[in-house]
Design a protein around this ligand. Structure first.
Ligand code: TRH
Length: 361
């Protein structure tokens, strides 16, 4: 099958991250995938080696190079990520292919991940196209999600096998990190309001802690609070470079606690099965509060983990951030592993997408 995925990078790395991961998952089954993306710069570090079966194509100003258009290149499935409106020339080609060969093809609008109840209601619904070269066609909403009645989560077929043979000591040594058994904590965040409190609590911890700080916004936020880069006390910092998606997974697997953000790294934290805290992508009208609570409900987060999330995400009136003690960490780890086990028992997003497309085609 031929798949075209359209991706518009709004900000941060999630748009490219999700689309690349989906492209890889579809190509893993031997299909041909074209990822049309308006800013491929993050793929240079996220996916430096590319992937057999996936071609990354530029998409700017809706102009498509003629060599990428033609009857034989029309996709069987056209995916627009997050309602980004695919290039009209490709839509026209898609519509023409349907008219020409009478075969059904599928147009998917891949939505953002949420645990809110509307996702189960809207997943799979039809959205008629009234304008443009696709007029008269239908799109289908495809919602990723955490339950059986949604589109599921992206997960590689060999994920558990890779995790089973992962050697954290060897991996840390490969990264040049001289690990002496200190607690390792990943920080992938925006600018969490409670970051200063976290840093001082970790510095006052009874055991050594190393904060593994990812580049970009997380690193800038830590630097703003700690310009020397050496917080002192029990806390030390490792400043990390941007690494490919596989190595980002390894980082999450190697750490005892993961601060993640956005959409894709949340899913990766779930697969890592370690205690974690999520900084949700903020929205102007605080719509993200409801979204975060829906996720915490699904996760069956214990009260302390729920409060921790509220404070980490800057909810008004949330109690002070309280870094968990060892039993607390263990209990948050159990919560994460229980969630992971439930999710692993369900089909992954690419599998559900294939089934969905087969039903509609
Ligand atoms: O970067 P993000 O904050 O992206 C956000 C969210 O997706 C948000 O929902 C969306 O609306 C907004 O973008 C536009 O967080 P996210 O989704 O976790 O994406 C980060 C990606 O970067 C993920 O695929 C993991 C990857 N990554 C690496 O591969 N290597 C790295 O070193 C790091 C730090 C990240």
């Amino acid at each position: 099958m031929r798949w075209d995925i359209f991706c518009k990078v709004i900000d941060n790395h999630g748009d490219a991250g999700v689309c690349w991961r989906l492209a890889r998952a579809l190509a893993a089954d031997g299909d041909a995938v074209r990822l049309w993306i308006d800013d491929a710069s993050a793929l240079a570090w996220m996916a430096p080696e590319g992937c057999a079966g996936v071609s990354v194509l530029p998409w700017r100003g809706d102009e498509i190079a003629p060599e990428h258009l033609g009857a034989e290149t029309a996709p069987d499935v056209l995916i627009e990520a997050f309602g980004c409106d695919p290039a009209p020339a490709v839509v026209a080609q898609f519509a023409e292919a349907i008219r020409r060969d009478g075969r059904k093809r599928c147009w998917i609008n891949l939505e953002y991940l949420s645990a809110e109840p509307y996702v189960e209601r809207l997943h799979g619904l039809t959205s008629p196209v009234f304008r443009g070269p696709g007029e008269g066609l239908n799109k289908y909403f495809f919602y990723p999600g955490f339950t059986a009645a949604t589109g599921g989560l992206l997960r590689e077929a060999d994920l558990s096998a890779r995790q089973a043979v992962f050697d954290r000591g060897a991996w840390l040594a490969e990264q040049g990190i001289a690990w002496q058994g200190e607690r390792l904590v990943t920080l992938f965040s925006y600018e969490p309001p409670a970051l200063a409190s976290l840093l001082s609590q970790l510095a006052a911890a009874t055991e050594p802690v190393r904060l593994m700080v990812t580049p970009g916004r997380a690193a800038a936020a830590v630097r703003a609070l700690c310009p020397t880069g050496e917080p002192g006390g029990s806390l030390s910092i490792a400043w990390l470079p941007h690494v490919p998606q596989e190595e980002f997974d390894h980082l999450l697997w190697a750490c005892d606690f993961n601060f993640v953000r956005g959409e894709d790294s949340l899913v990766r934290a779930l697969w890592a099965g370690k205690p974690f805290a999520w900084q949700i992508y903020p929205q102007d009208d605080d719509a993200h509060h409801e979204k975060l609570n829906a996720f915490l409900d699904w996760l069956q987060a214990p009260p302390a983990l729920r409060q921790f999330h509220h404070r980490w995400n800057g909810f008004a009136n949330a109690p002070e951030l309280q870094w968990p003690d060892a039993p607390g960490l263990a209990s948050w780890g159990e919560t994460a592993r229980a969630a992971r086990a439930g999710l692993l028992a369900e089909p992954d997003l690419a599998t559900r997408l294939r089934r969905f497309v087969a039903q509609k085609s």
